[in-house]
Design a protein. Structure first.
Length: 251
């Protein structure tokens, strides 16, 4: 099989998943965008968290041209990205009971805020505990996960529950268990993961919905502009000054 044919198959698979979440998650996307808009109106702060490669989608909505300036990254040392050495440590930390409690206790999160938690499997202790404890604090939780994992795997949290069980809104990425879209007889393992593409698109759809919901209420969405266009830095400076008490990535 030619490389170009494999590339085309991956694009087809990713497009198929994007169509599914567009057609099947529309109500949840609207609910999530509305919840974010409600939080902005009510003076709450916005945070996003993801471990491992799920952190890529979280980072994509923080300090982003065209994105809401109020979205902050809730970082857990050692689990955001693959820069920790060894990289396998990040995976191990996701399974540690009590880590989420320690993170939340030292974070600025408070009642009235909103936290987006991204976990493809939703089965590890860290995202489950993060959602449970955040809601106990009065924080609204939007979970982005593949619900299929809850029926095809076992939970790694002591409660036996998954991320999806502790959210105000659940966005189902529809990613199959194993996160690989292609197979080939000459290759033993499945390959070509699409979770980052789909999860990032889901969240950008939510952020677009939130911006529209704010505009519908007569509120100018606190959006950032690209620093690589004329006037971008000045625009961003004004937004950050106006909403400085809710922006934590500048401190």
């Amino acid at each position: 099989m030619s490389d170009s044919k494999l590339a085309g198959q991956f694009f087809d698979a990713a497009i198929g998943l994007l169509r599914r979440v567009r057609d099947e998650d529309g109500g949840e996307i609207e609910a999530a965008g509305t919840l974010i808009a409600d939080t902005v109106v009510d003076g709450g702060r916005l945070f996003a968290f993801g471990a491992g490669h799920s952190s890529l989608a979280a980072q994509d909505i923080v300090y982003r041209a065209g994105g809401l300036a109020l979205m902050n990254l809730l970082a857990v040392p050692g689990v955001v990205g693959v820069d920790v050495m060894p990289a396998t440590l990040g995976s191990a930390l996701e399974r540690v009971d009590g880590l989420a409690s320690a993170v939340l206790d030292s974070s600025p999160l408070r009642s009235g805020d909103l936290l987006v938690i991204i976990s493809l499997s939703g089965r590890n202790a860290l995202p489950v505990e993060m959602a449970m404890n955040a809601r106990a604090l009065g924080v609204k939780v939007i979970g982005v996960t593949s619900v299929a994992y809850a029926t095809e795997t076992t939970s790694r949290h002591v409660s036996g529950t998954y991320l999806k069980d502790h959210c105000d809104v659940v966005l189902d990425s529809r990613i199959p268990v194993g996160d690989a879209e292609l197979t080939l007889d000459s290759i033993e393992a499945p390959f070509a993961p699409a979770s980052t593409v789909v999860t990032s698109a889901l969240l950008q759809a939510v952020m677009a919905t939130a911006a529209g919901a704010l505009a519908d209420r007569g509120i100018e969405p606190p959006l950032l502009r690209s620093g690589n266009v004329d006037g971008g830095h000045e625009w961003n400076g004004r937004v950050m000054t106006e909403y400085g008490d809710r922006i934590f990535y500048r401190r």
